[in-house]
Design a protein around this ligand. Structure first.
Ligand SMILES: *Cc1c(COP(=O)(O)O)cnc(C)c1O
Length: 523
């Protein structure tokens, strides 16, 4: 970045080729170049007039600041423009189709936002007396009832704050249940295709993780699982539908085998959006399962907001569930912080969080559930699966679908890089999609497929939107198969070109260094 008298002028030596002739400013029409806010600092710039302040002498001893604080000095309109310009370089679900498989980037209806902002939900404090927050507690209890009913399970813990946090909650309950029967076990079995959080959670809980291979059809190898079960296996962790976008049809047999060997069954329910209203995990012998509210019952996630990962439990695990929980006593809701009486007294493994969970997510999720109703939720999973299969079949003969021959997929379609010309990879295709105006799909995951591309369109995408995405994907895939080397330079139309992502991940530059000061210091 360099300064000249006319303002900021980014150094963009590459801007002249495929993207067209370089402009004076570096801007390309509405795509505006934007420096870091520190680089725009104006020596005496400030957004407000402060009265000169007489420093109180001696109040903070020698801790008084001796140098400027180092914040950029900008006026309000400069600052507003800076962040608005940056925000326009973002991709968002409200901007276009977001095909990230496994992450389920679904539309969050505006009605949910309206409900979450009601002051009775948004402006309350977690330490407020429960008599003053009866409505909020009722909301948590109602959402919990829906989750228990939809999953066919026995109870629910609402406090976990994300999917991975829910996994931790489930495994802590499993560990407590095993310890309560004096049966400390050491191993958790996790299929090869599991989401990375599964083995990470098991290891975090102090278990040894062992992999179970997948069959050529992309499912858990039941025979391999059965032969590994034994008195040291605490639990199996199965994702269903799995991360290949496929339903595990042998789930009941898996649960029965695991239970027969004295272990428990954890289900990663992040993909519940594919089966909600159609399959009840409780009927499949599952003991604990987290639900990502932010993937199944809308609500923003990732960079767009926090998540929420309630965990549903079987009857066997219910006594070990975490505190606190909401309970209806007569016509009054209470928050049970400690079980001092009753048969479950003292069995809970403890707390997951300081308070009760993500209130904002709860109100959005319940709003989503009530506005869809039972029939609407069933349609959600139907449409999600239909859209994914439309993508899968529309790319027949264009992209290799490793499990495509074994029938329809669930809510996401999995492709591989088979057939790409030498030297061109999944990464090149993904970068080519950026030039087409799409956020890339999930890449190189699941690991069981070479050069994997996992596409999840979600249920709210129209046929027009899907056709446009399919057209873009087909075009880029054909370039990759034909060996079009220009793909290696993609993206050429984005604000930044191909980055060294390994370097960026391994050696991130997170602190801005004032180059002028650094230069002066060197003199
Ligand atoms: C998203 C996801 C998780 C993790 O959920 P977070 O809310 O991101 O912690 C776990 N398993 C699967 C299969 C997922 O898709």
């Amino acid at each position: 970045m360099s300064i000249n008298q006319s303002g900021w002028r980014p150094e963009r030596p590459e801007a002249g080729d495929a993207a067209g002739a370089p402009t004076f400013t570096g801007n390309r029409a509405l795509m505006l170049e934007e420096p870091l806010i520190f680089e725009m600092d104006e020596a005496d710039g400030c957004g407000v007039d402060f009265e000169p302040v007489a420093r109180p002498a001696g109040r903070i001893g020698n801790l008084a600041r001796s140098a400027p604080i180092g914040l950029p000095g900008l006026s309000e309109p400069q600052m507003v423009r800076h962040y608005t310009r940056l925000s326009r370089q973002n991709y968002a679900i409200d901007l276009g189709l977001f095909p990230l498989g496994s992450c389920t980037m679904k539309h969050n209806p505006r009605l949910n936002e309206r409900m979450a902002r009601l002051p009775g939900f948004a402006d309350i404090h977690p330490l407020q007396p429960v008599d003053t927050v009866q409505g909020a507690l009722e909301l948590i209890a109602s959402l919990g009832e829906w989750l228990v009913k939809l999953t066919g399970m026995h109870s629910v813990a609402m406090s976990p704050k994300a999917g991975a946090h829910g996994e931790l909650c489930g495994l802590l309950a499993i560990r407590s249940a095993l310890e309560a029967r004096g049966d400390a076990r050491e191993v958790i079995l996790v299929p090869e295709s599991a989401h990375g959080t599964n083995p990470a959670t098991a290891a975090f809980c102090g278990y040894r993780v062992e992999n179970i291979p997948a069959t050529p059809a992309g499912r858990v190898d039941l025979e391999a699982l059965k032969s590994r079960l034994g008195p040291d296996v605490a639990a199996v962790m199965i994702t269903n539908p799995n991360t290949c976008g496929l339903f595990e049809p042998e789930m009941i047999a898996i649960s029965e085998a695991c239970h027969a060997a004295g272990g428990l069954v954890y289900c990663d329910g992040a993909n519940f959006n594919a089966i909600v209203g159609r399959v009840r995990p409780g009927d499949l012998g599952i003991d604990a399962m987290h639900i990502n509210l932010h993937k199944t019952f809308s609500t923003p996630h990732g960079g767009g907001g926090p998540g929420s990962g309630p965990v549903v439990f079987s009857e066997a695990l219910t006594p070990f569930a975490p505190l606190p929980f909401v309970e209806k006593q007569g016509d009054h809701y209470v928050l049970v912080e400690e079980e001092t009486v009753g048969e479950h007294h003292g069995q809970s493994f403890g707390r997951m969080t300081a308070f009760h969970g993500q209130m904002g997510m709860f109100s959005r999720a319940l709003s989503y559930i009530l506005s869809h109703g039972a029939d609407g939720l069933r349609q959600v999973s139907g449409d999600a699966v239909l859209n994914a299969n439309y993508v899968l079949r529309s790319l027949d003969g264009v992209l290799d679908a490793p499990f495509g021959a074994s029938g329809p997929c669930m809510h996401e379609a999995l492709f591989s890089d088979k057939g790409f010309a030498g030297g061109l990879s999944t990464l090149d295709l993904a970068k080519g999609l950026i030039d087409e105006g799409f956020h890339p799909m999930t890449m190189y995951f699941p690991l069981v497929v070479h050069g994997a591309m996992l596409v999840e369109p979600t249920e709210t995408e129209s046929k027009t939107a899907l056709d446009q995405f399919i057209g873009a994907l087909r075009s880029v895939a054909e370039r990759a198969k034909a060996g079009d080397e220009t793909l290696k330079a993609a993206p050429v139309h984005a604000p930044r070109r191909r980055l060294d992502e390994t370097l960026a991940a391994r050696k991130p530059v997170l602190v801005w260094k004032n180059s002028v000061e650094t230069a002066e210091a060197a003199e």
